[in-house]
Design a protein around this ligand. Sequence first.
Ligand code: IPE
Ligand code: IPE
Ligand code: MG
Length: 229
Amino acid sequence: MEDNLKIPEHVGIIMDGNGRWASKRLLPRSAGHRAGMKRMVALAERAKELGIRYLTVYALSTENLSRPQEELDGLYDLIKKYFTSNVRKLVKGGAALKVIGDLSLLPDDVSAVIRNGLKRSPDSAEFTFIIAIGYGARSEIVHAANDAAALGGGVTEERFSSLLYTAGIPDPDLIIRTGGEVRLSNFLLWQAAYAELYFTDALFPEFTDKKFEKAISEYSSRVRRFGKV
Ligand code: IPE
Ligand code: IPE
Ligand code: MG
């Protein structure tokens, strides 16, 4: 990688294309999700080495919850089998872990594994890995709006932000989507107001560290004006 790159503080990744990756290989979709999970853990390590402070990965949207039960069961099995060991590995490497989303939308045994895993994480660290699971930006915003109404006293942008799942986390500087689709699919809609967007055709399991670094270097060359001249 080139020197003197501007490293984003917070990167979001919409990890799309696992199913197509598997279909291309005549494998079940679950094999794609397994390959995607491995890639996700490796990218977290790479992000940390690069000096990125926050990495948020979109793992399961509220809309994904209406996929066929067989596919969801495969995803839940992956969480039950690997979540704890992956958390242990990340935390051992000095990372903190957070989850954003509505865990009550997941089966109890799955949410229990996630909650237990989170107990192993420090509250903060140089690098924070954030998993969006059972996450939908509209639902997050509606939750925050209800909380704001219950608290009363009017809202400011700052106060509203502090009622979102991402309270205390800076807005993403860069959002990457793999898998060729050019949309946000209900990911961090409020927080993405001024994010740089990067789309790649690479299916997520094929989104190598090198391709990730290419996205960072493209980000580094962008001029962010935030509405100014
Ligand atoms: C993204 O990959 C991961 C999840 C939504 C869980 P997909 O499962 O959407 O893969 P494609 O888009 O069908 O290839
Ligand atoms: C977005 O991918 C959600 C995740 C990566 C978790 P989808 O595959 O669900 O998005 P759409 O349906 O193509 O918009
Ligand atoms: Mg998809």
